[in-house]
Design a protein around this ligand. Structure first.
Ligand SMILES: Nc1ncnc2c1ncn2[C@@H]1O[C@H](COP(=O)(O)OP(=O)(O)O)[C@@H](O)[C@H]1O
Ligand SMILES: [Mg+2]
Length: 396
């Protein structure tokens, strides 16, 4: 009997009716056919990379893309590279592209091992990074190949490591470096500025932009599942963060709620959007936050504020602590010492609410550890925490 019920659930879930026509179009890694509202930036990158098609030009092109989370930095870089590689094939030019996220490949050696193995099936462990980069350049040169390399979340590397990649003047490798504005502000006035040909800053999306972006993803659903009001409602919510990922994830999750609901009209309703909105970024779900002690709530609020106000991808514990003192004051509490604050942060790291960035460099003891919220928009977390802290205060 039980197994029959499970069998039915299993079959219904896998093969039953769904509001989706092709949900892969809402996956994070999906690269859409169109990038509404990024036409100008695409044109600008294309102009920057004109030299890549010239055989005789001997200087590299490296560009920087920056902007807050969810403004389309990654998708824009990948979209451009895919189009350029396609075009190069029709022109009989050997151009390839590779994408490396520095959260995955956290050092210059890790990046180079990955590239050599991906492009040449070469296992070159144990060699110095200088030799690895030279090896890669030589192989590309031998094959008359050019490589477009996207290095995403580049703030994980330090300035010397970035400079190391950009040191060669022979243009076999063209770099697209991606990070937040804050990071480039810091590094572009050091010795890197001469090696970056263009720095494109992507602004956050307005409600109108988000409507366009969402409309271009409606093809993931069967006809009639979504109406204009629903799109506007989602765009309105996500316009607070100006983040397209936020908008797309609400849309996707609302679709999943519709699939699980008993409503056989097969449409997404405003109520489903409201539910999806609260579920998105589950790390911040009030269920988890409610289990936290007051000091932990203050600590995570301080980190969210610090990331928001400083507009940076990660901060040191000391920087976050200065915001913690202000938060405590705001809620009429005496701030605990920095040691106690660090204990709360460690607790939050164990709970998976905060990410700690390990520094790969040998001088690790000289560098303060950095912490961040990674993918959760600080703004959303801040709103939820304030709501929660206020209800706690009122219930006393
Ligand atoms: N202009 C756009 N058109 C269509 N989809 C977009 C656009 N900008 C961003 N997206 C989508 O929004 C999500 C977040 O974009 P992403 O490139 O990952 O942002 P970032 O790298 O700046 O954090 C991705 O799913 C991406 O495909
Ligand atoms: Mg990205």
């Amino acid at each position: 009997m039980t197994s029959d019920i499970f069998d039915e659930i299993f079959r219904n879930t896998l093969f039953g009716t769904s509001v989706f026509k092709d949900e892969t179009k809402l996956f994070r890694e999906y690269i859409p056919e169109q990038l509404p509202r990024r036409e100008k930036e695409l044109e600008r990158i294309s102009r920057d990379f004109r030299p890549i098609f010239k055989d005789k030009v001997n200087f590299p092109v490296n560009i920087a893309l920056s902007g807050k989370s969810g403004v389309g930095k990654t998708v824009l870089a990948k979209y451009f590279c895919e189009r350029l590689v396609d075009l190069s094939k029709s022109l009989n030019k050997k151009i390839e592209y590779q994408y490396c996220n520095c959260y995955t490949y956290r050092s210059k050696s890790a990046i180079l091992y990955h590239l050599l193995s991906k492009l040449y099936d070469a296992t070159s462990r144990g060699f110095e990074p200088e030799n690895l980069l030279l090896d890669l350049h030589n192989r590309l040169k031998r094959d008359s190949k050019k490589l477009l390399l996207i290095l995403d979340e580049i703030h994980v590397l330090n300035t010397d490591e970035i400079l190391f990649f950009l040191q060669f003047t022979e243009p076999n490798i063209y770099y697209i470096l991606i990070s937040r504005d804050y990071f480039f502000k810091k590094i572009l006035n050091v010795n890197l500025s001469g090696r970056i040909n263009d720095h494109i800053k992507l602004e956050g999306y307005s409600k109108d932009d988000l409507i366009q972006i969402l409309n271009s993803r409606v093809e993931a659903f069967k006809q009639g599942v979504i109406n204009r009001e629903i799109i506007e409602m989602i765009a309105d919510v996500a316009s607070n963060t100006q983040n397209a990922r936020h908008a797309i994830e609400i849309l996707y999750h609302a679709g999943k709620i519709a699939d699980c609901s008993k409503n056989d009209k097969n449409i997404i309703t405003a109520e489903m959007v409201r539910e999806a909105k609260n579920y998105i970024f589950p790390e911040t779900s009030s269920k988890i936050l409610k289990t936290l002690k007051k000091n932990e709530l203050f600590a995570i609020l301080a980190l969210a504020r610090c990331l928001l106000i400083e507009d940076c991808p990660d901060v040191s514990i000391k920087e976050a602590y200065s915001y913690f003192k202000i938060v405590c004051e705001e809620f009429g509490m005496k701030p605990k010492t920095q040691n106690m604050f660090t204990k709360s942060i460690k607790q939050l790291i164990d709970l998976g609410l905060i990410i700690q960035l390990y520094n790969q460099s040998k001088i690790i003891h000289k560098k303060p550890l950095k912490i961040t919220l990674h993918d959760v928009p600080a703004q959303i977390l801040e709103q939820q925490l304030i709501k929660l802290l206020k209800t706690k205060k009122n219930s006393k």
